[in-house]
Design a protein around this ligand. Structure first.
Ligand code: DGY
Length: 316
């Protein structure tokens, strides 16, 4: 059973498999997932479908593979999948560049007040060029703190350093690729607190896990520089949205650019009402090239699994 996918991927899936589509393209409800796990050999969910333990813990379960369409698998209970012997795969690598582009877009848009300025113009409120109109924050030469120096974090760092002459700081749980660090002349900080204190811009690229949940809480937001800008293209769970709305409305930080939210697709009414936050509907990987490439990875994982070959992207 699969979510709606780009047409050419759906066509290729149908050539090879007996496919049941989630025709409404809505997030799978739990009861449907539980019954799907009894009906199908493989399920292809997306990054917004919750796959909790009860889906795996069924004596008459048929599903052997959950081939996630997306790189983030934080909504899948991997422990329960492992205990049940169900294989889980994802789609890493193919959406890196587009997601990094979107992080830079949000950084620039938040710094230069692009959404606010366009809203003013469309509402007929532009009264012409004035020396004090819509003054924003200079990006060039600023210091960017990258939280999580994996593929996407490194791609953002490279763009920021080489395209905008930014100084790059980072924190990372694991040791990042040395060449990726050198490509942005990035400096490692001893702690997230230090990074927040030293950065003009902060871009989040950590996975959503129990230990990263609300890593940007009120205390940490208070460590950010006055006027600093926060960008999140990773997961909404990383930020305490109430604390963020407080910090933005008090002017404790300058602005934010958000592509992900705690309760997607619900967006906090307080964030919606603030002028100094740029809001996008989780479109980091939303280019035809990325979405087709993600489908190709799903197909590669399905094909390998059902041919008994090593899986390209196994996470459990
Ligand atoms: C992912 O794959 O995890 C992304 O959030 C989808 O854009």
């Amino acid at each position: 059973m699969v979510r709606r996918l780009p047409p050419r991927i759906e066509a290729r899936l149908r050539e090879r498999y007996d496919v049941t589509l989630n025709a409404t393209d809505e997030t799978y409800p739990l009861d449907r997932l539980i019954s799907a796990a009894r009906e199908f050999d493989a399920i292809v969910p997306t990054v917004v479908d919750d796959i909790p333990a009860p889906v795996f813990e069924q004596s008459d379960r048929r599903v052997q593979l959950v081939a996630n369409y997306g790189v983030g698998y934080d909504r899948i209970d991997l422990g329960a999948a492992r205990r049940a012997g169900v294989v889980v795969t994802n789609t890493p690598g193919v959406l890196t560049e587009d997601t990094a582009d979107l992080a830079i877009l949000l950084l620039l848009a938040a710094a230069r007040r692009a959404s606010e300025a366009e809203r003013q113009l469309r509402a007929g409120g532009w009264e012409g060029w004035r020396p004090t109109h819509m003054l924003g924050t200079r990006v060039n030469g600023g210091t960017l703190g990258i939280v999580g120096y994996g593929r996407i974090g490194a791609a953002v760092a490279k763009r920021a350093h080489n395209g905008f002459g930014m100084r790059v700081l980072y924190v990372s749980r694991s040791d990042p690729d040395a060449a990726a660090v050198a490509a942005a002349a990035a400096e490692r900080c001893a702690s997230l607190d230090e990074l927040l204190e030293r950065s003009d811009f902060v871009s989040l690229h950590a996975p959503a896990r129990a230990d990263t949940r609300r890593m940007l809480d009120a205390r940490r937001l208070a460590l950010m520089r006055p006027g600093a800008i926060l960008v999140n293209t990773a997961r909404g769970d990383l930020v305490d949205e109430t604390a963020l709305a407080d910090a933005l409305s008090r002017g404790a930080i300058g602005a934010a650019g958000l592509d992900v939210f705690e309760q997607e697709p619900r967006v906090s009414p307080r964030l919606l009402a603030l002028p100094n936050v740029v809001l996008l509907p989780h479109i980091g990987s939303a280019t035809t090239a990325s979405r087709v490439a993600m489908g190709d990875r799903v197909l590669a994982n399905l094909d390998a699994f059902f041919s008994g070959l090593p899986l390209p992207d196994r996470v459990a």
